[in-house]
Design a binder for this molecule. Structure first.
Ligand code: C5P
Length: 209
């Protein structure tokens, strides 16, 4: 059983994916971390972010086991990740690793931007989780302030919109809902309500299998 969850940054897909994986005992892969880990390795080594050959080589060395969002959460890493994510050969290397992960038993939850459209188009359950840019920027803002750090709402809001444009506008694997994805708008929906909606779809798919 593969559950594919896509959507823009800060839509709530990470929280929802972890909740689903825990409830069903499935393995979870946050595919954004594979792009972040590649970007971080380039930054740490002082390598350029605009050389596709170098970036693809580094992407091929990313270990899925050691990915940690706390270590990879920095803003510059997210920005760098979305820049190298436009490169087809970087995507090919990371998609290969993501597909290998997706077939683990007894099931997997993968979240990202292109899971239902490119990585696992055969997934029996596809969710497209979204929320308005204002709501997503507010969530990011609250998260940073909650950690006791200073945050500028306008800057975060502009950042969210710029990241959306880059992710939705790229030629290779742009962020968009798969034709058979179920849309979940979490702007005014709690994580619990989103989980219940997802659970109904997953249970129906499991009963059919
Ligand atoms: O989800 P997260 O913000 O960590 O992802 C960082 C960047 O990685 C995204 O902005 C996007 O450009 C890229 N990404 C992608 N495809 C995925 C997951 C992430 O292109 N499946």
């Amino acid at each position: 059983m593969i559950i594919a969850i896509d959507g823009p940054a800060a839509a709530g897909k990470g929280t929802l994916s972890r909740r689903i994986a825990e409830a069903y005992g499935f393995h979870h892969l946050d595919t954004g971390l594979t792009y972040r880990a590649t970007a971080r390795a380039l930054l740490d080594a002082g390598l350029p972010l605009d050389d596709e050959g170098i970036a693809a080589k580094i992407a091929g060395t990313v270990e899925l086991a050691g990915l940690d969002r706390d270590i990879l959460s920095a803003h510059e890493i997210g920005e760098a990740a979305s820049k190298i994510a436009v490169m087809p050969s970087v995507r090919r290397a990371l998609v290969d690793a993501q597909r290998a992960f997706s077939i683990r038993e007894p099931g997997t939850v993968l979240d990202g931007r292109d899971i239902g459209t490119v990585v696992c188009p055969q997934a029996p359950v596809k969710l497209y989780v979204t929320a308005s840019p204002e709501v997503r920027a507010k969530r990011r803002f609250d998260e940073i302030v909650g950690k006791g750090r200073a945050a500028d709402f306008e800057a975060i809001f502009e950042d969210v919109k710029r990241r959306d444009e880059r992710d939705m506008g790229r030629a290779d694997s742009p962020l968009k809902p798969a034709e058979d994805a179920h849309l979940l708008d979490t702007s005014e929906m709690s994580i619990e309500a989103a989980f219940r909606a997802a659970k109904d779809l997953i249970d129906a798919a499991l009963n059919k299998a």
